[in-house]
Ligand binder design. Structure first.
Ligand code: PEP
Length: 248
């Protein structure tokens, strides 16, 4: 069983979300996978209430603020996301980190807030091309992971990690299965040292970065890859169906 997650980013207004769920149906080939969609927050409640959505397709919020309420114009709290239908929270996505300047410390606060409200955090980590070329992949992804783990003291807590090399997101360039396996192995090794073997074995590590129907199966087959986080290809029900049917 793999986790197949779709990050719709700033696409899919409420009526488009409804059309997606009308076209995307869970079939027996993908029924063993855990399927999660992260709509934009204005479409979350519509997606939750949509009569076409198979209840096996779960929902998440793409970002949240760490405070529960207050004078934070434009922000959404974890408790609001839960009440709008989210079970998961995508945190520290590279677009949040690199376009909006989100820091490791802020991601850690968001992880803590998600857990307080029983949202399952999906913590994104990944290096830029410059960092990869400088041989700093492990340093960067472990720093991002360690910082988030400060907010996850209990080894029984369920959370997911998404390894998303920044240079592969929305670029059509995908990490090779070997590159993905190496980064995932590094992350799992750190999880084992920090939280124990059982947590490391249980925690799903997803690969994200230009996943398409053509490369999903080979990436899912890579060592230590427990699922995929799909951006661009997740807003099209046909391509997301093909990806969800792929298995490693
Ligand atoms: C993402 O947004 O998390 C992502 C991986 O995007 P894409 O699949 O478009 O590269």
């Amino acid at each position: 069983m793999a986790v197949i997650a779709g990050n719709w980013k700033m696409h899919m207004a409420p009526e488009e979300a409804r059309a997606f769920f009308c076209a995307f149906q869970v079939d027996p080939v993908m029924a063993d996978h855990e399927i999660v969609i992260f709509p934009p927050s204005v479409s979350l409640f519509t997606a939750c209430e949509c009569e076409y959505r198979d209840p096996r397709v779960q929902l998440g919020i793409q970002n949240l603020h760490w405070e529960d309420r207050g004078a934070f114009t434009g922000e959404i709290s974890a408790s609001m996301a839960v009440r709008a239908g989210a079970n998961y929270a995508l945190l520290g996505h590279s677009e949040r980190r690199h376009v909006f300047g989100e820091t490791d410390e802020q991601v850690a606060l968001k992880v803590a807030s998600a857990l307080r409200h029983d949202l399952i955090p999906v913590v994104c980590v990944g290096e830029t091309l410059e960092e990869r070329e400088a041989g700093r992949v492990d340093e960067v992804i472990l720093r991002q992971l360690d910082s988030a783990l400060v907010s996850i003291p209990d080894p029984e807590t369920r959370f997911l990690i998404a390894y998303e090399p920044v240079w592969a997101i929305g670029t059509g360039k995908t990490a090779t299965p070997l590159d993905a396996a190496a980064a995932h192995g590094t992350l799992r090794g750190r999880l084992e040292r920090a939280m124990g073997a059982a947590t490391a074995a249980r925690t799903e590590i997803l690969y994200g970065g230009s996943v398409q129907p053509s490369n999903a199966a080979i990436l899912l087959a890579a060592c230590d890859v427990d699922g995929v986080l799909v951006g661009g290809a997740s807003i099209n029900p046909e391509s997301f169906t093909e990806i969800a049917r792929a298995s490693g």
